[in-house]
Design a protein around this ligand. Sequence first.
Ligand SMILES: C[S@@+](CC[C@H](N)C(=O)[O-])C[C@H]1O[C@@H](n2cnc3c(N)ncnc32)[C@H](O)[C@@H]1O
Length: 208
Amino acid sequence: MGSSGIVRRAINSALASSVPRASLRVLELGAGDGSLALRVATRLAAAWPGAELTLLDRQALVADATGIAFAHLGWTLRALTLDALEWARAPTQRQHPDRWDVILTNLFLHHFEADALRELLSAVAQRCDAFIACEPRRSVPALIGSRLLPALAVSGDTLHDAVVSVRAGFRGDELSRIWPAGLPGWTVTERPAGLFSHLFVAVRRDPA
Ligand SMILES: C[S@@+](CC[C@H](N)C(=O)[O-])C[C@H]1O[C@@H](n2cnc3c(N)ncnc32)[C@H](O)[C@@H]1O
């Protein structure tokens, strides 16, 4: 779906006007096996050496080889096996380790019902300076695209997941309306991205 390029460009754009930091702190929620983060990091590592990356997922999916690949890039990896709502409900500490330059998600937010999503985004807004979410776009072309997957010889499970994901995806300003209202300093944008993705970006212009 071209997600890694979409996410990488969104991170670059979100960080473009920020003050250079000693080391970038990034958290991915619902990170799976970390392969998306690794593709993004491979392209960002030259500009952001020595970043600290935390991959949170409720399943322990990050292989040792992935940790080694991040180490080769000079990035420090921490894999956190935790439910994202448990993370959201933990008391906020504004310093290490609960403060992030960037929190990102890919193919993750559509797993949540509106109330849980509101709770999750509220915690995100308290804990980072930039939030990037790349999700399935709920659209007729995306649904048609997902139904064409058998032509690529994908498995029945993958086809089912793709169709369900598109149906649970986002469009318009749906995520902006769930993002906590009235927070000072935040700029929020939401738009279609690539062929089938929906991109939500929130950036705090006066980082706390
Ligand atoms: C479709 S995968 C996306 C993985 C990764 N972001 C990527 O793009 O390759 C969704 C991931 O979200 C995780 N997940 C779903 N609900 C979760 C929750 N409540 N807390 C933490 N992780 C969750 C699943 O375990 C799965 O690894």
